[in-house]
Design a protein around this ligand. Structure first.
Ligand SMILES: *Cc1c(COP(=O)(O)O)cnc(C)c1O
Length: 386
C-alpha cells in the first residue's frame, strides 16, 4: 500500500465517525443500543467476556469509552452515570486517613464531598488557592500525600493551573495528580499529555453537549491496582453509565470539535465586548490578554480558551440576580457545555458557605449567534441598571 492510503485519519475525523463505526453483518454506520441487563452463559456454562451483568458495563458504553480514550490519548477510560459518581469513586478508593490536597474553591459538588469526607475523618484534606503552585507545593506532604486535585480552568473564576508543574509537585511527593478539565474538553486540553495521572471530565457538559445526559469519565494511561479498585467501586455501586445515555453521548461527541470551536469564538466575542463595559466590574476569561492565566491557557488549551466565563457586575447582588432574570436568550439555568447558552448567579446556586463573589454571573456560552447573545446581555444589563 502507498504511504497515502496508510494515512491515519485525524482525531476530528475519527470522533465525527465514532471511530469509523460500521456494524458487522448489516453495514449500519450508526451503532445500535445494547440495553441488556444480563448476559447468558455459554454452552459450557462459562461466563462470556467481558460482560456478565449490567453493572460491568455494555458494548454501547464501551464504544463511548473507546472514543473518549482516543480523545484523551489514554489507555483506558471509564464512564460513570454522572461526573459526581466518577469523582466520588476516586475519592472513595483512597484508604482511610489518606492525605489529599485540593483547591479552596472549585466545582462545589466535589468540594462538598471532600469536606464531608474530612468531617468524618475519612480523609485528611489540605487546601490551596486554585492555580497557586507555591501554595500547592507547601500543602503537599512528601511520602504522605496520596492525591492532588486540580481543576483547570477552575470554577467559577476560571483560574488556570499549570498541569505539568502541578504534576511535578504531586509526583515529587509520591502523589497522583487528578485533573478536572471539564471546562475545556479533551480536544482543547489533554491532561494526561501534560502529566496528569487521572483525567476527569463531566461528560454531561461539552463531551455530550446537548444537556440531555449526565455522565462522567475518568481516563488514565497507567492502569494497575488503583484503577481496578476504582472500576470495582463503579461495579459494586452500580454507577456505570447506562446504554441509552452512552448512545446519546456517542451521538453528541460526533460534533464535539464543531461545537467547541463555535463556543470558543462566541465566548471570545462576548468577553471582548463586555470587558470595560460600564455596568461590568470585571470579565473573568482566560482568553483576554489581560487575564493572569492567558499565556498558560494559550499553551495548555490548544490556542483556544473554551466557552466558560464569568462576569462580575457593578452595583449590588440584586443587580446581578436581575440580569439573569431579564435575559431572553440565555437560559437562567445551571450546568454548562451545551449548545444553548446559560447564565447563573453562582452564589445562589452554590449555596451558603461556598466562597464566591456575590455579584458573579457564570456564563456557559453556546453555539448561537454571537450578536444575539451580546444583545441579550446588553438589554438585561440596561434593564437591571435602568
Ligand atoms: C458538572 C461538573 C462536575 C460534576 O459533574 P456531573 O456530571 O454534574 O455530576 C464536576 N466538575 C466540574 C468542573 C463540573 O462542571
Amino acid at each position: 500500500m502507498s504511504e497515502r492510503s496508510n494515512r491515519k485519519p485525524s482525531l476530528t475525523t475519527r470522533v465525527a465517525q465514532a471511530l469509523h463505526f460500521v456494524e458487522d453483518g448489516t453495514g449500519a454506520v450508526i451503532p445500535a443500543i445494547q440495553p441488556t441487563a444480563t448476559y447468558a452463559r455459554d454452552e459450557n456454562y462459562e461466563v462470556r467476556r467481558p460482560y456478565w451483568y449490567r453493572r460491568d458495563g455494555s458494548q454501547t458504553t464501551a464504544h463511548a469509552e473507546a472514543i473518549i480514550a482516543e480523545l484523551e490519548n489514554a489507555t483506558e477510560s471509564l464512564l460513570f452515570a454522572s461526573g459526581m459518581s466518577a469523582c466520588t469513586a476516586v475519592i472513595e478508593h483512597l484508604p482511610t486517613g489518606a492525605h489529599v490536597v485540593v483547591p479552596k474553591v472549585m466545582y462545589h459538588g466535589v468540594l462538598g464531598q471532600f469536606q464531608t469526607y474530612a468531617a468524618k475523618a475519612r480523609l485528611a484534606v489540605d487546601y490551596y488557592t486554585a492555580g497557586d503552585l507555591d501554595e500547592l507545593a507547601a500543602a503537599v506532604k512528601p511520602g504522605e500525600t496520596q492525591l492532588v486535585w486540580a481543576e483547570t480552568p477552575n470554577n467559577p473564576n476560571w483560574e488556570v493551573t499549570d498541569i505539568a508543574a502541578a504534576a511535578d509537585i504531586a509526583h515529587a511527593a509520591g502523589a497522583k495528580l487528578m485533573c478536572d478539565c471539564t471546562g475545556t474538553p479533551p480536544n482543547l486540553t489533554r491532561a494526561l499529555d501534560h502529566g496528569a495521572d487521572i483525567s476527569f471530565h463531566s461528560a454531561t457538559k461539552y463531551l455530550n453537549g446537548h444537556s440531555d445526559v449526565t455522565a462522567g469519565v475518568l481516563s488514565v494511561r497507567e492502569t494497575g491496582k488503583y484503577w481496578d479498585d476504582i472500576a470495582l467501586i463503579r461495579k459494586l455501586q452500580g454507577t456505570v453509565l447506562h446504554s441509552f445515555d452512552a448512545w446519546l453521548l456517542i451521538r453528541g461527541m460526533r460534533t464535539l470539535f464543531l461545537r467547541v470551536e463555535r463556543a470558543c469564538q462566541n465566548a471570545m466575542a462576548i468577553a471582548r465586548h463586555f470587558d470595560g463595559h460600564p455596568n461590568v466590574e470585571r470579565v473573568l476569561y482566560p482568553g483576554l490578554p489581560s487575564d493572569p492565566g492567558h499565556e498558560l491557557a494559550k499553551r495548555q488549551t490548544s490556542g483556544q480558551f473554551g466557552g466558560m466565563m464569568s462576569i462580575i457586575v457593578n452595583g449590588s447582588e440584586q443587580h446581578a440576580i436581575d440580569v439573569t432574570r431579564f435575559c431572553r436568550v440565555f437560559y437562567p439555568a445551571t450546568s454548562l457545555g451545551g449548545v444553548e447558552s446559560l447564565i447563573e448567579h453562582r452564589k445562589t446556586v452554590s449555596g451558603d458557605g461556598f466562597p464566591v463573589h456575590p455579584r458573579l454571573l457564570r456564563l456557559s456560552i453556546g453555539i448561537e449567534d454571537a450578536d444575539d447573545l451580546i444583545h441579550d446581555l446588553e438589554q438585561a444589563l440596561a434593564r437591571a441598571f435602568g
